[in-house]
Design a protein around this ligand. Structure first.
Ligand code: HEC
Length: 269
């Protein structure tokens, strides 16, 4: 038997075992159960622990009362109820049956809708494909030879109409080859960059000691501060580079301190 067959077989076995483990809960007549095992202490005559089981047994499981049902399942499962010292004896099979029934009701109510419908497999449209490749691999790939995206209601992002036709599949495979080739060839896009000349900075301290020199250079003739507001359009890693030079006017070399202070943009606050 080949390895593959073996794998499939063991999967099938696992599925069978799984089905065994999650035995389908039998229907339980909760009222009858209560009469036999609970009402003597939680019924008309007595409500031990201030608990009357009759209305619950009457109505059966309701999602609004899941807390109580959880408690009941817990107390029965941990053999706290009926109290082990009392006269009422609860057979194990009955105990299991009720706990399983409650579990099934709890699980069912969690699933909420009985039929949520099918989930459509989504695919990217051409624009999304291009952006995704760029974000993942820093490679610019133009998918304009992909078949054009189907639209509905004026949108080209609707999963139900965006099909994967054989031609698209072929183009996907070809695209993958081209993209990998580009990555291996090191044809990555350069990270976007922006530069600012010194004279764009505004003096904030020691104003009188700051003057533009020439070619966009800003001269600091004594201790002074200048700053520039830069807007970062998106989150990410940024490399800040500063270019500066100094003329020696004495024995001590000039000093430069670069500081960045983050500030949220006025539009977002
Ligand atoms: C022999 C009497 C007796 C029987 C039979 C009995 N119980 Fe109890 N039950 C008690 C007593 C006494 C308490 C209070 C325990 C406490 O407060 O510590 C209690 C408490 C409870 C509580 C907790 C109420 C609360 O709000 O904390 C629940 C739920 C409960 N029982 C469910 C059941 C169920 C379900 C059955 C049937 C399988 C059952 N009991 C059978 C005596 C009994």
């Amino acid at each position: 038997m080949s390895g593959r067959h073996l794998l499939i077989l063991s999967l099938a076995l696992a599925a069978l075992c799984g089905a065994r483990g999650a035995r389908a809960a039998q229907t339980v007549d909760v009222k009858q159960f209560g009469e036999k095992y609970c009402f003597s202490c939680h019924g008309a005559e007595r409500q031990k622990g201030d608990f009357d089981f009759r209305p619950y047994a009457e109505k059966g499981f309701t999602p609004g009362e899941r807390k109580t049902w959880e408690k009941i399942a817990e107390l029965i499962e941990t053999r706290e109820m009926p109290p082990p010292k009392g006269k009422v004896k609860l057979p194990e099979s009955q105990r299991d049956a009720l706990v399983q029934w409650i579990d099934a009701q709890l699980a069912g109510s969690e699933a909420g809708q009985k039929n949520p419908g099918r989930v459509t497999l989504r695919r990217l449209n051409r624009g999304e494909y291009r952006n995704t490749i760029r974000d993942l691999f820093a490679v610019d790939f133009d998918p304009s030879d992909f078949p054009s995206d189907e639209t509905a209601f004026g949108f080209d992002t609707i999963a139900d109409v965006l099909t994967i036709q054989p031609l698209l599949m072929e183009r996907y495979l070809a695209a993958a080859d081209q993209i990998v080739a580009k990555i291996l060839a090191g044809q990555k896009m350069a990270a976007p960059s922006e530069s600012f000349r010194g004279d764009r900075m505004k003096a904030s301290k020691g104003t009188e000691w700051i003057h533009p020199v020439a070619n966009g250079v800003l001269g600091f003739y004594r201790e002074a501060d200048a700053s520039l507001d830069v807007t970062f359009r998106s989150d990410g890693e940024y490399v800040l580079q500063f270019r500066a030079y100094g003329d020696l006017a004495g024995p001590e070399p000039p000093k430069l301190v670069c500081r960045s202070t983050a500030r949220s943009s006025p539009s977002s606050t």
